[in-house]
Design a binder for this molecule. Structure first.
Ligand code: ADP
Ligand code: MG
Length: 387
């Protein structure tokens, strides 16, 4: 039994004084390319990573719901009759928000049984690897099984998103939950955020001797702060002035007209989204036709676009990307919403120690805080665990 299986089983037994019905898990995710495209109805290309949130869940005979986590002292308790987004707060809004959101997608919450759940995870929290989607997706697959709802994974992704939007109050898209639920080993999820069509595309990193190195700058990013909201507003303004319902409806041929029509800042925001959508399409095509060693330039171009056009990078991210490239990464970019968080560097296996040392030294030389560097591999999505 793995460590997390052991800790959730023991945690469940200790907190609830009974045995769980089963164990379920779901991974965090990293976005390979396609940033700030999701809310513009565009394309993203994330993969599920080999860091997971595991839940032990047991069905109760009554209507009580109890949630506990190795991250929190308290056990949060509620009746299913009181399960509304307004009644939820703090970390328990993630798992309990999922239970509520299942009710919005067909579960009869007036009839289902109560449950107890204990949660543990090795997805770093707040590092941009979506510990939030991991916890939501793990609870969603668990309740889908024990409540025998028969919802498919694309619907469960929307359940997780609704929980995060309404119960947690974070205005996030569908990308994270889709990666956590649909991901496969050594593959990424090509997602059309307009149609919600999702396709699993082999990455072939292993065969090419490549690793994806995460460089967590540990500069904290808060999506609710002005930067994220103002970028969204610029995109809406750009779409409106260009006469389209979303920036997805523009392609690179429309940029000359956009330059004439828009103020410089709005134009650059639009150019990022339009070219980033194209880079996602190009990445998928390049992987299929030439394999992963050929996608480096697309990752680099994505970073430059976020740094100069969308203006969401910070010095630590730029330094991480530049240093990784200079020491052997074949492509690197910041990943996630920006203003902090992590960068990714696609790196030949043998050069991981050299890049790690160089980035760490460069941060020290600039007086930045110590970054956290680790390799992630593309892993399978949410599943019931063998117990
Ligand atoms: P991330 O980038 O990791 O998704 P978020 O702020 O979106 O960051 O979500 C992190 C929050 O999710 C945590 O602050 C906590 O409330 C909740 N969370 C994630 N994993 C767990 C866990 N294992 N146990 C309890 N709460 C968790
Ligand atoms: Mg999150």
């Amino acid at each position: 039994m793995s460590d997390l299986h052991q800790t959730v089983t023991t945690g469940f037994q200790t907190r609830f004084d009974t045995e769980p019905t089963g164990l379920w898990s779901a991974p965090g995710r990293v976005n390979l390319i396609g940033e700030h495209t999701d809310y513009n109805d565009g394309f993203v290309f994330p993969f599920a990573i080999d860091r997971r949130t595991v839940v032990a869940l047991g069905v109760r005979a009554d209507r009580l719901v109890r949630v506990a986590s190795s991250f929190a002292e308290e056990t949060v308790e509620l009746s299913l009759d009181d399960l509304t987004p307004e009644n939820l707060e703090g970390w328990s809004a993630y798992p309990l928000g999922v239970a509520w959101a299942l009710g919005q997608f067909g579960a009869d919450l007036a009839a289902v049984a109560g449950f107890e759940v204990f949660i543990d995870s090795d997805v770093p929290i707040g590092a941009g690897l979506s510990s939030s989607a991991a916890i939501e997706s793990a609870v969603a697959v668990a309740l889908n099984d024990v409540w025998q709802l028969g919802l498919d994974r694309r619907v469960l992704a929307r359940v997780g998103q609704l929980a995060e939007n309404r119960a947690v109050g974070a205005p996030t898209g569908i990308m994270d939950q889709s990666a956590s639920l649909l991901g496969r080993a050594d593959a990424a999820v090509f997602l059309d955020c307009r149609s919600l069509a999702a396709e699993v595309i082999p990455l072939g990193f292993d065969a090419a001797g490549l690793e994806l190195l995460i460089i967590d700058t540990r500069v904290s990013h808060a999506h609710s702060t002005g930067g994220y909201a103002s970028r969204r507003a610029s995109c809406e303004k750009g779409a409106q002035l260009m006469g389209v319902s979303s920036l997805r409806d523009l392609d690179v041929d429309d940029l000359a007209r956009a330059r004439d029509l828009l103020d410089d800042e709005t134009f650059r925001r639009v150019r990022h989204v339009v070219t980033e959508n194209q880079r996602v399409l190009d990445t998928v095509r390049t992987l299929r036709e030439q394999g992963p060693t050929a996608i480096g330039a697309l990752l680099d171009a994505s970073h430059v676009s976020m740094r100069d056009d969308f203006e969401i990078s910070v010095s630590e991210l730029d330094l991480a990307v530049e240093t990784a490239r200079a020491t052997g990464a074949i492509g690197a970019r910041m990943t996630g919403g920006g203003f902090g968080g992590a960068a990714i560097a696609l790196t030949p296996h043998a050069l991981i120690p050299a890049v790690t040392a160089a980035v760490t030294a460069a941060f020290a030389a600039r007086g930045f805080g110590t970054p956290d560097l680790f390799v992630v591999r593309a892993a399978d999505g949410a599943a019931r665990e063998q117990d």
